[in-house]
Design a protein around this ligand. Structure first.
Ligand SMILES: *Cc1c(COP(=O)(O)O)cnc(C)c1O
Length: 409
């Protein structure tokens, strides 16, 4: 394939128009939407309006007049179709880490006679920290972490909860969520998926997979902005029995009655806790509008096409320079980012960023490139690999100025 052929694929792509909703800076190939999704001008405008008009002029009245009080539900209704859920099964609130805490504690309490929380030993570190904290807090709870391929074999009648991240943050490897959920249910366990690297990037159908609970991030492929609130999914069949361990007033059936006792709200809303972050929610609400015009069935195809092209070009152009593929070769086993290994990952990533190709690094020697299906084009993939090739071919990645590390890699 040459660059013209890549450009032709972009013309033919049904998702191509979505890029027009985003503002990618001139001269930048942005391949880090798996870490922080790109900005849409519509989000910028919405934030200006919320700050100046709704907050500045409307003041407290905007809780009613501008619909702030129902913003979590409004955003939940936008996320629901992206993950195969009903709006009342989604609560948009807090960070993914906090939502995972709430979801796993609630799930654990559905199986009081079992003591094990089963996870993958390579699960996202924050998820593992949260699980360790839960084990400290709940007497008789033990976290068992096994290799990803051994989760099914470890299932048994002591396992209360199975919690896994669908797409691995490092390798981009994707679990078979439907199969693992069914296996966990056969063993009597409750399942909590972390969909942080999945939502907006790969096929997700929580109803079809019969998932019990899930959490996910909105600042990656949903482009909600830095630190935008996460979401928690709770299947309707559990609504009567699930309790949030953080029983705050916004998760109350009638918060403004200021009653003495906590009565959980109906549905997933009981997992809301404190006052919703209106500025962040408004940004996320505006960011999600773009999905109204997206054919969701086209998303996984686009993701696979972009990641497959990257893998093909890495093989063809970078193989002679000590670069290795650290993501699955089979497109159906991958999420939307591809990871390559290289001895000088940090300097190479910083040199590529200086040349306009933005990815990131994960220690010790992995470079990640994310292919956000709404705005990354086939020509971007082509250009990115050419930049990497040129930096490797003339050795210019190895300059002293690229050796300094940064706070956020
Ligand atoms: C990005 C990510 C998160 C984000 O967690 P926060 O608490 O929202 O910062 C959680 N889990 C996984 C697997 C992630 O990739």
């Amino acid at each position: 394939m040459d660059r013209d052929e890549a450009a032709a694929l972009d013309v033919a792509d049904p998702l191509a128009p979505a890029r027009g909703a985003f503002r990618i800076p001139e001269g930048v190939v942005y391949l880090n939407g798996n870490s922080l999704g790109a900005l849409q001008p519509a989000v910028e405008e919405r934030l200006r309006r919320v700050v100046t008009d709704e907050w500045g002029t409307g003041l407290k009245r905007s809780w009613n007049d501008a619909g702030w009080a129902h913003l979590p539900q409004r955003v939940a209704a936008r996320i629901a179709p992206l993950v195969g859920a009903e709006p009342h099964e989604i609560a948009v609130t807090d960070s993914t880490s906090v939502d995972l805490f709430k979801a796993v504690v609630a799930a654990r309490r559905l199986r009081p006679d079992r003591r094990v929380i089963l996870t993958d030993e390579r699960n996202f570190p924050s998820d593992r920290y949260v699980l360790a904290g839960i084990a400290e807090l709940l007497p008789g709870t033990e976290v068992v972490a096994v290799a990803a391929d051994e989760v099914e074999a470890r299932l048994g009648d002591d396992v209360a909860v199975v919690t896994l991240t669908h797409v691995d943050y490092r390798s981009g490897r994707m679990h078979d969520a439907a199969r693992l959920t069914a296996a966990a249910h056969d063993a009597g366990a409750v399942v909590v998926w972390d969909l942080s690297h999945s939502t907006g990037a790969v096929h997700v159908d929580l109803a079809d997979w019969h998932v019990d609970l899930a959490v996910g991030c909105t600042y990656k492929y949903l482009n909600g902005g830095p630190g935008s609130p996460a979401y928690l999914y709770a299947a309707e069949r559990h609504h009567d029995t699930l309790r949030s361990p953080v029983a705050g007033w916004f998760g109350h059936a009638d918060p403004f009655a200021f009653g003495p006792e906590y009565t959980p709200a109906a549905g997933a809303d009981r997992f809301l806790a404190g006052t919703p972050p209106i500025l962040s929610l408004a940004a996320l609400d505006a960011a999600l509008e773009v999905w109204e015009d997206v054919d969701l069935a086209a998303v996984p195809h686009r993701t696979r096409a972009l990641t497959s092209l990257f893998v093909e070009l890495v093989d063809a152009r970078l193989a002679g320079y000590g670069v290795t593929l650290e993501s699955p070769r089979a497109a159906e086993l991958r999420g939307a980012h591809v990871t390559i290994g290289f001895g000088g990952a940090g300097p190479l990533s910083r040199a590529a960023t200086a040349a306009g190709v933005i990815g990131d690094v994960r220690p010790p020697d992995l470079l990640r490139f994310g292919f956000s299906p709404l705005y990354v084009r086939h020509v971007d993939v082509w250009d990115a690999v050419e930049v990497l090739h040129d930096l490797l071919a003339d050795g210019s990645w190895d300059e002293p100025r690229f050796r300094a590390t940064e706070t956020v890699s």
